[in-house]
Design a protein. Structure first.
Length: 194
């Protein structure tokens, strides 16, 4: 059973993420998000999403325990990972070097999800410049996760999803309107969330 959703994005990602998650029901599996963004902006972005989404949205803090209905955004300037503790997932937030020129880095998040959740995860890579997240999504794919890449026509910058696709890490390519449907289908839910 899929019980964790990981999303990564960069340029154009704030609006792309919103389009994907805005109608997620309040009992959705936990969602972890890395969006390339400087410190302070991630907190404001989390507050913005929290005001729109049915899920609880907040900037991630070290030690947060993931639960259905919770969506966390990686804090700017830090690396965020998912850690498995028994049957639950929690969040690790650490101040460390940039990876692929980014803190937070999508690869760091996706690699941790591949290790902690394996085939229980869904990975989504959205619009962004460069290749951050491509190797991590491939890692998730290889561990049995269901992986989605945003298609070229709906991307602001078709960099990160393109690199992930070229590496063989993307199982389905789709536009922003279709990605939520693919996620619901993978979770065995209808569009109404039932």
């Amino acid at each position: 059973m899929r019980n964790l959703i990981a999303i990564g994005a960069s340029t154009g990602g704030t609006e792309a993420i919103l389009k994907v998650v805005r109608n997620f029901p309040a009992d959705m599996p936990p969602v972890v998000i890395t969006q390339h963004m400087p410190p302070k902006f991630t907190e404001m972005y989390a507050e913005r999403l929290d005001g729109i989404c049915a899920m609880d949205v907040r900037e991630a803090k070290h030690g947060d325990v993931l639960r259905p209905g919770l969506m966390v955004i990686a804090p700017g300037g830090y690396q965020m990972r998912v850690v498995r503790i028994g049957s639950t997932y929690s969040i690790s937030v650490t101040e460390e070097e940039k990876v692929n020129g980014h803190a937070p880095s999508v690869d760091v998040l996706f690699d941790s999800v591949a290790t902690a959740a394996g085939s229980h995860a869904i990975g989504v890579i959205l619009t962004g410049m460069g290749a951050d997240g491509a190797k991590g999504l491939k890692h998730m794919h290889d561990k049995g996760a269901f992986t989605i890449g945003q298609n070229e026509s709906s991307c602001v910058v078709y960099g990160m999803p393109k690199e992930a696709y070229k590496m063989g890490g993307v199982m389905k390519q789709a536009d922003l309107d279709t990605i939520p449907t693919l996620i619901y289908q993978e979770l065995g839910r209808s569009l109404t969330g039932k």
